[in-house]
Design a protein around this ligand. Structure first.
Ligand code: ASP
Length: 434
């Protein structure tokens, strides 16, 4: 019998998870059963992925930079990567703003629904506002200051410090290029081997992916709020989803135009990472898989992927920026505010920066949204309005974030002659644990 491709297995896992969740919500105690006996497997799966994110960045970036053997190549690749990342983010925010102004989802919320939601969810959003307030109080150069840790071991203790780990790895890689080859070769070999081991660990974890997503989705369904809330926020959610779909189409077109790779090649290659991004709502947890798919299935050479993807996972969040633009205008509309054209232009800039600043973890986009609201003078109480549907939208925007990183890695690789043939032709056949 022909083996089922990995993305089908993951999709089936998701489907069975949703079915189990729905069945378990129909009787008393079902929710608790799922929380006690199924959810932990989802948590174990996500933890296993997160566990290797920092070692992966460290090994992959050091290996990637030292493979380049030349600092000028690094700055060329760096310039292109950042340039394309910022351009796609600006495109995403602009699409979000355009759609939200066309659909006007905020006008379909009645005064009563608005007050009810703001009342019900106000408590849930306090913590978001506090985090955002702390960020606002920091000076303008705080982000730059945070980039350079005073102790690499303490930064490696939290997945939120990925930019610091990236900084250290780049710095270390540059140092490695600059020392004589005979002195650096052992260190380089060590990181080469280390990187291989981590990638093999990703393969092994992916064997469990269908079961992991099954558990995650079952838990999500039993814990989700009532369907009525989704209806009230239907137009808003649809606007975000429509924008996100447009972004996926834009990536497919960009990849086709610049690399001549067909849409199904790109989608088949990246789909397991997309499904995982959807199930985990975290670009950081998905990073190991994105890395593996892009190098082994999309033909991007490792030295490009190991540079472009970790940076992308932390700063390139097109889905998040699009969502922030739509959410900001939606809240403004629901509160009866009219946003001027210049304020909307400002939203392009603030949402771009806010998405760069968002951590690659669930819900981070909503924390940073507070900054966008603050800039445009939109009431922060509006966060409570969109809180109920944030999780499904987070899942969807994370999928776009990850797809964007993969597409950009192909464009950058092509532009510097580092896009080859995929190592694995049949996209499932390295998952044998061999
Ligand atoms: N969860 C998203 C990510 O990891 C960030 C966000 O909340 O938008 O990419």
């Amino acid at each position: 019998m022909k083996k089922l491709a990995l993305h089908w297995k993951i999709l089936l896992g998701m489907l069975f998870g949703v079915i189990l969740g729905l069945v378990m919500t129909t009787f008393e105690g079902g929710k608790e059963l799922v929380q006690d006996w199924v959810k932990p497997f989802g948590t174990i799966f996500i933890n296993a992925l997160k566990l290797i994110a920092i070692p992966l960045i460290l090994a992959a970036l050091i290996k990637g930079v030292s493979d380049l053997k030349d600092i000028s190549k690094l700055s060329k690749m760096g310039g292109r990567t950042i340039g394309i990342y910022i351009s796609t983010t600006i495109i995403a925010v602009t699409i979000g703003l355009f759609l939200v102004n066309m659909v006007n989802p905020g006008y379909s919320i009645s005064e009563n629904t608005r007050q009810e939601m703001v009342g019900n969810y106000a408590d849930n959003t306090t913590q978001y506002k506090e985090t955002a307030k702390a960020q606002k109080e920091a000076g303008p150069l705080k982000a730059l200051e945070d980039l350079v840790p005073e102790n690499i071991f303490s930064s490696a203790t939290s997945n939120r410090n990925m930019l610091q780990i990236i900084f250290f790895s780049l710095f270390f890689g540059i140092g490695l290029i600059l020392i004589p080859e005979d002195k650096g070769s052992t260190v380089k070999k060590f990181f080469d081997g280390f990187n291989e081991v981590i990638l093999k660990m990703v393969d092994l974890i992916m064997l469990a992916a269908p079961y992991g997503v099954f558990a995650l989705l079952a838990a999500l369904v039993v814990e989700s709020p009532s369907i009525d809330l989704f209806k009230a926020l239907g137009w808003y959610s649809l606007t975000v989803i429509l924008g996100l779909l447009l972004m996926i189409i834009i990536y497919i077109v960009l990849v086709f135009v610049f690399t001549k790779k067909k849409p199904n090649f790109f989608i088949n290659g990246i789909s397991p990472a997309q499904l995982l991004a959807f199930s985990t709502s975290s670009s950081a947890a998905t990073l190991p898989v994105t890395m593996e798919r892009v190098t082994e299935h999309l033909g991007v050479e490792e030295e490009v992927a190991s540079f472009v993807l970790p940076i992308g996972a932390t700063i390139n969040m097109d889905g998040t920026s699009l969502y922030q633009a739509v959410a900001a205008v939606f809240i403004a509309q629901a509160f009866g505010m009219d946003l001027s054209f210049s304020t909307q232009l400002g939203i392009i800039a603030t949402a771009t920066l806010a998405s760069i600043g968002s951590a690659a973890v669930p819900g981070a986009g909503m924390v940073m949204l507070v900054g966008v609201l603050g800039y445009a003078g939109i009431p922060e109480a509006g966060l409570a309005l969109i809180f109920a549907v944030d999780r499904p939208l987070d899942m969807s925007r994370t999928t776009v974030n990850v797809t964007g990183d993969a597409a950009v890695s192909m464009l950058v690789a092509k532009s510097i002659g580092k896009l080859g043939e995929p190592k694995v032709k049949n996209w499932d056949d390295n998952y044998t644990g061999k």
